[in-house]
Ligand binder design. Structure first.
Ligand code: FES
Ligand SMILES: [Fe+2]
Length: 392
């Protein structure tokens, strides 16, 4: 269902529900209904991610055979390792013995070894061997097991499922047709750690009204919010913009960027992306590490690229080097501006957590609502399960 733009713009403070007074932050409630524990702005800026999705945690190329790394999903440290056969595994980042981080250990064959007393763990989290004298020679080791996580590699990205492992098989990765088929589009991912809550980041990339921040680089020109709609767990937003006047379009798009002035952006929980005429697509895979830290994996996909000056199609072998140069010269500095602003926004929130939420973009309020819903779905089991748990 598409939300009526004019209604929302007339009521910009909170067009979904008036749970928060913009001046006093007092909760209104409707006829004495339940009063939220925290004002919505604070809930949104501290909400956790729903773990029952696949999250990108690392680039595959950074995990060579025998490598182990610590990754973080919402305050949980996880040791990710690639065994000597090339298979990926993920286990809690703690040795069951004295809680040393296993990511400070090393990979031996198919196991991860704690560096203190040498206990060895398989990819399923079971302790398989205790080599010191108190474990050696035991016909049966005590049952020692730490948590393990489903993990896989796709498109050069390492995906981890932090939630209920029984659900992992039913949850798909996002569909990215440009990366499938015989000639997948090449890309050079950009990885950045931003010291800000993920809700701020998703709002930054989906709200073109921050064009002011990029007034020198002008990646999009004169954006106008046209419409947005929610379908299931996906909110799609359309902007009209003069993309053809943007620097990157003029430089690389075949025939300039004529007719590419409709930009679709989505928040497909928990991923974010955009599409300009099917020719320029980007995805952002966020790994929320904690309330103030988010690791971001950006994938920028360019369709046919033309060679500036000669106006010819870019030969395939040149595409990756050109993408790398474009990242370095244009996209990374551009994202650097966002990172700078987002980290200041986080600091501003920390200094003024009770300030009123004044949001002029009505689509973003729906983003916030969806983030809160998805977290609640994950962190609060359905009432029936809660009753069963209470009754033992
Ligand atoms: S702390 Fe890991 S083996 Fe002792
Ligand atoms: Fe930006």
């Amino acid at each position: 269902m598409t939300t009526d733009l004019s209604d929302a713009i007339d009521n910009p403070i909170d067009s979904i529900e008036r749970s928060e007074d913009p001046v006093t932050n007092a909760s209104h409630g409707d006829g004495g209904g339940p009063v939220p524990e925290l004002p919505r702005r604070r809930q949104v800026r501290t909400v956790g991610p729903n773990g029952n999705f696949w999250y990108v945690v690392e680039l595959g190329k950074n995990l060579k055979h025998g490598d182990v790394r610590r990754v973080r999903f919402w305050k949980q440290d996880i040791a990710v390792f690639r065994d000597h056969d090339g298979e990926l595994h993920a286990v809690e980042d703690r040795c069951a013995h004295r809680q040393l981080p296993l990511s400070s250990g090393f990979v031996d064959g198919k196991t991860l070894v704690c560096t203190y007393h040498g206990w060895k763990y398989g990819g399923c989290g079971t302790c398989l061997d205790i080599s010191h004298e108190l474990g050696k020679g035991r016909t049966r080791l005590p049952k020692i097991r730490i948590r393990s996580y489903p993990i896989k590699e796709q498109w050069g990205l390492v995906w981890l499922f932090p939630g209920d492992p029984d659900r992992a098989g039913d949850v798909p990765l996002p569909s990215i047709p440009q990366l499938e088929g015989e000639q997948p589009w090449p890309f050079v991912p950009i990885v950045a750690t931003i010291k800000a809550h993920f809700s701020m980041i998703v709002e930054n990339v989906c709200d073109f009204n921050h064009e002011y921040l990029h007034r020198r680089k002008q990646p999009f020109v004169k954006p106008t919010l046209r419409e947005w709609k929610r379908e299931g767990d996906c909110i799609r937003v359309h902007y009209d913009t003069e993309f053809e006047h943007s620097a990157v379009a003029k430089l690389f798009m075949e025939g300039g960027a004529k007719d590419l002035n409709d930009i679709e952006i989505w928040y497909q929980y928990p991923y974010q992306g955009s599409d300009i005429g099917g020719k320029y697509i980007h995805w952002l895979f966020m790994l929320p590490e904690d309330e103030r830290t988010t690791r971001c994996f950006f994938v920028f996909l360019f369709g046919p690229i033309h060679v500036p000056v000669f106006n010819r199609k870019m030969p395939e072998f040149l595409r990756k080097p050109i993408l790398w140069i474009t990242n370095k010269l244009y996209i990374e500095p551009l994202l650097g501006e966002d990172k700078w602003a987002l980290e200041l926004e986080q600091e501003g929130f920390d200094r003024h957590p009770d300030a009123a939420q004044i949001e002029l973009n009505p689509a973003l309020l729906h983003f916030q609502k969806m983030s809160l819903e998805k977290w609640e779905e994950y962190s609060q089991p359905p009432a029936r399960n809660r009753r069963q748990a209470r009754n033992g």
